[in-house]
Design a protein around this ligand. Structure first.
Ligand code: NAI
Length: 332
């Protein structure tokens, strides 16, 4: 199967190489069509997303990408947001679960965040009223709210989850968040077998820190979802471990939660786990489930020894060495 690979900027190429090696050694049939987008490409070609990148994504329908540095002051608002909008990748799905026996405050965290990916304050509609006043418009529509909420309930059913929590601030944003909540209340009635919970975002953040195992599937708007998923990542070992995917009806772009981490780029220090687990989500979806399970087990085993830890986990191991450990453990 042909999959578009965008290595991206910063630590992107390092973690993408690690991911490619692990998939190959694990016996995956995926063949990568490599194209690139982002800052590095802009410097060489004068464009952030060359046409051949769009063509490759549209042909293959499945892409996996490393992080892309967001240009400041010129070009797109964000290349990531541009791709999500162009292909209407409305569901940003982020499973929050520790991939190994890490020394964490909680060892029973296992929830998945469904974040609406195309509207809210990310619609990018801002205006200057005066030098001292700026406005940003929050857009919430019935159609886009309903489809992400449905996707969350369908996921709950298909993955034997018990509860869906809708996260809003509907007590204050009575119209926008009120609409999102109204859609969730209505759709929840079609899924009587799934427990439905309403929770305000501030309380949700506090509950997530105090008692995260109460959560199962969460569905929320774009900005709350972004913040809560970083919070969730912090609960289970940090950004270097967390996978994700942006899904639309026809195209999926798999990408980890983390950014291009310019502070550690090109130093062989990045944790490749997030990118490798992101590829595992893709393997699950294309039917290479045995391969993804083998890789997850190898990651678990590799994270069982502190001497294997990369710097983000408090260790001193390099990206390349940790990748070799995972490969060694594929047969374990
Ligand atoms: P970041 O996620 O790049 O870094 C935050 C912190 O986490 C840094 O200390 C970094 O060293 C660490 N970190 C992140 N990933 C790691 C990994 N795999 N292993 C070890 N440590 C890791 O977030 P930041 O600094 O806010 O953003 C940097 C750039 O990335 C910005 O231009 C931002 O817009 C972009 N970005 C791109 C994303 C994407 O392409 N999907 C997502 C988030 C940010």
């Amino acid at each position: 199967m042909l999959v578009t690979l965008i290595k991206g900027d910063g630590i992107g190429p390092e973690v993408a190489e690690a991911m490619k090696k692990v998939l190959k050694k694990a016996g995956s049939k995926v063949v990568f069509e490599e194209v690139n987008a982002g800052e590095t490409v802009f410097k060489q070609e004068g464009t952030y997303i060359p046409d051949y990148v769009y063509k490759s994504i549209e042909k293959n329908k499945i892409a996996i990408k490393g992080p892309i540095t967001t240009p400041i002051g010129h070009g797109f608002r964000s290349i990531n947001v541009e791709l999500r909008k162009k292909y209407d990748l409305y569901a940003n799905i982020r499973p929050i679960k520790a991939p190994g026996p890490l020394d964490l405050k909680y060892d029973n965290v296992d929830f998945t965040i469904f974040r609406e990916n195309t509207e809210d304050l990310y619609a990018g509609i801002e205006e200057k009223i005066s030098d001292d006043e700026y406005h940003s418009i929050k857009i919430i529509t019935r159609k886009k709210s309903e489809r992400i909420i449905k996707a969350a309930f369908e996921y709950a059913i298909n993955n034997k989850r018990k509860k869906v929590s809708v996260v809003t601030k509907a007590n204050i944003m009575k119209l926008t968040d009120g609409l999102f909540l109204e859609c969730a209340r209505k759709i929840s009635k079609d899924y009587p077998q799934i427990e439905f919970e309403e929770i305000l975002v501030d309380n949700c953040a506090m509950q997530m820190v105090k008692n995260p195992s109460q959560f199962d599937v969460l569905v929320t708007e774009n900005l709350y979802g972004d913040i809560l998923s970083d919070l969730g990542a912090g609960l289970v070992g940090g950004l270097g471990l967390m996978p994700g995917v942006n899904k639309g009806d026809n195209i999926s772009i798999y990408e980890s939660i983390h950014g291009s981490a310019p502070d550690i780029a090109n130093k062989d220090l990045a944790n490749p786990t997030a990118m490798i687990l992101t590829a595992c989500l893709m393997l699950d979806d294309i039917g290479e489930i045995e391969i993804s399970q083998k890789i997850r087990k190898a990651i678990y085993k590799s994270l069982s020894f502190k001497e294997n830890y990369t710097r983000d986990l408090g260790g001193e191991n390099s990206t390349s060495n940790f990748t070799e450990k995972i490969i060694e453990n594929l047969g374990a």
